[in-house]
Design a protein around this ligand. Structure first.
Ligand code: GAR
Length: 217
């Protein structure tokens, strides 16, 4: 049984998607803890209601990024996880922290990386006039919102889109690809070939939203 610790900062809808898929699809894994960097993170209530241990390491209590990351690592390592899942965890992490979890920490980012790292990705996509947008699940490296890509979801940007509508469709796609990527990891099916993530046995490491009828993902 692989142990998963999920880090959140707020709503935690991706965390919910992973918790639900883990339970309903019978993964060889268990979400053993959900840890937030904000006590008010609403996702904590969902985790607690599902019998998952919760913890808060409030970044505002720390002057230095290194001290926060050290406290966070201590909180995580108490659960001895095989995998750390960043699910809307909105903190820049130090190289030391990232190195400690090298090869066993995943992130989801709401853009087709390497386009639009950082914040306000949907606004960035609209401003750039791209016709395809989406989300990426990747292994975490010291470079913010970069790292070997496990799976991407792509969907069209519609003429009628604004940040709200685009974000909603991307989020629906996130809820499909993140559980899929985490399942592949806990099944021991992911390997790295340079920067390329190899999935064995292979299956599509992409998702194209079916948007022909103007419906959601
Ligand atoms: C998600 O859209 C996730 O991709 C994004 O924050 C949102 C969290 O929603 N993450 C990032 O922007 C990380 N750079 P959630 O709390 O409902 O999962």
């Amino acid at each position: 049984m692989k142990k998963i610790v999920i880090l959140i900062s707020g709503r935690g809808s991706n965390m919910e998607a992973v918790v639900r898929a883990c339970a309903t699809e019978g993964w060889p894994a268990q979400v053993v803890a959900v840890i937030a960097n904000r006590p008010e993170a609403t996702g904590l209530a969902f985790a607690a209601a599902h019998g998952i241990a919760t913890a808060v390491v409030d970044h505002r209590q720390f002057d230095q990024r290194e001290a926060f990351d050290a406290a966070l690592a201590e909180a995580i390592d108490r659960f001895a996880p095989d995998l750390v899942v960043l699910a809307g965890f909105m903190r820049v992490l130090t190289a030391g922290f990232v190195g400690h979890y090298a090869g066993r920490m995943l992130n989801i980012h709401p853009s087709l990386l390497p386009s639009f790292a950082g914040l306000k990705t949907h606004q960035q996509a609209l401003d750039a006039g791209v016709r395809l947008h989406g989300a990426s699940v990747h292994f975490v490296t010291a470079q913010l919102d970069h790292g070997p890509i496990v799976i991407q979801a792509a969907l069209p940007v519609l003429a009628s889109d604004d940040v709200t509508t685009l974000a909603a469709r991307v989020l629906a796609a996130e809820h499909i690809i993140y559980p899929r990527a985490v399942r592949w990891f806990v099944e021991g099916r992911l390997a790295l070939d340079g920067l390329t993530v190899v999935l064995t046995p292979p299956e599509p490491q992409w998702l194209f939203a079916d948007y022909t009828a103007g419906e959601g993902v």
